[in-house]
Design a protein around this ligand. Structure first.
Ligand SMILES: [Mg+2]
Length: 274
């Protein structure tokens, strides 16, 4: 592991922290040690926070609510879901008409970005974490793929963790549609760089690439996303990964920290020497 001084140096330029939540900020229903202090400091020191999630079934308010309940004040603007990231991506390539397979929350997100949701001649066929999936939607979606309408999916997770079990997520639905049509989607969410590029655009490209960092507890999703996007990739050891995970992985974090509290110490050190 790098020395503290090395970590400080690597974090010097970072102005925007893209934050995984579970295992990074909280574990289940408990904030991780010093997470609140870290998040407050980002705000008071003029740095930006983005709470990043691959889940495209819920709207941003549910994440704001969850953070508020844990004692962290956050705004809708600070949350980026793979659903919103997909909207930002589609806007950037000039899309207007979309066939969307998603929850009512995701449909509202798309409408708020000005997309026309249609079964009539769409330009893109978009698959989200559709907990309201029906056989009709599958038939229509697969038909568009057969006709050559480009296939976009919000994120690749096969399963979504629940309290004591898992439920099938978008990745599993992708496999179903792929089996039927032979078509694979372009995927926006982690570990793909597109979700980070949407974050760049969310800030109207106000910040440079070197000013972004992705923080998370999973090497193969969070760290890989940062590496794929060419930004600072910070692994925190407060969740799923251990040093052994890092040693066994070919994906290497830019910085490894015990938890977000250690990142906080680095930032305070940087600001002290300003
Ligand atoms: Mg996590």
């Amino acid at each position: 592991m790098d020395s503290f001084a090395d970590k400080v140096k690597k974090l010097q330029d970072v102005r925007v922290f893209l934050l995984d939540m579970d295992g990074t900020i909280y574990l289940g229903d408990k904030l991780l040690p010093r997470a609140k202090e870290f998040l407050d400091y980002l705000q008071t020191s003029g740095r930006r926070r983005v709470f990043l999630t691959n889940n495209s079934s819920k709207n941003k308010d549910s994440y704001v609510e969850k953070l508020n309940k844990l004692g962290v004040e956050a705004t809708r603007d600070e949350v980026l879901t793979s659903g919103e990231a997909t909207c930002i991506y589609l806007k950037s390539i000039g899309a207007k008409r979309v066939y969307l397979m998603g929850t009512p929350d995701l449909e509202n997100e798309f409408k708020s970005w000005g997309f026309e949701l249609t079964e009539d001649n769409p330009e893109y066929m978009v698959l989200g974490f559709d907990k309201t999936l029906t056989y009709h939607k599958l038939v229509v979606g697969c038909e568009f793929l057969r006709q050559g309408v480009p296939f976009i999916a919000t994120h690749p997770d096969f399963n979504c963790p629940m309290e004591n079990t898992y439920i099938p997520d978008t990745g599993s639905m992708i496999e179903l549609m792929k089996a039927s049509t032979g078509v694979s989607p372009k995927v926006i969410g982690k570990p793909n760089k597109e979700i980070i590029e949407s974050a760049f655009k969310k800030f109207n490209n106000e910040f440079e690439k070197k000013e972004f960092a992705m923080v998370g507890d999973r090497v193969y999703t969070d760290v890989k996303t940062g590496v794929n996007a060419g930004i600072c990739a910070i692994l925190v050891l407060s969740g799923e990964s251990t040093m052994q995970t890092v040693e066994e992985s070919d994906v290497k974090p830019t910085v490894i920290a015990e938890n977000v509290g250690e990142i906080l110490d680095c930032l305070k050190e940087i600001d002290k020497n300003k």
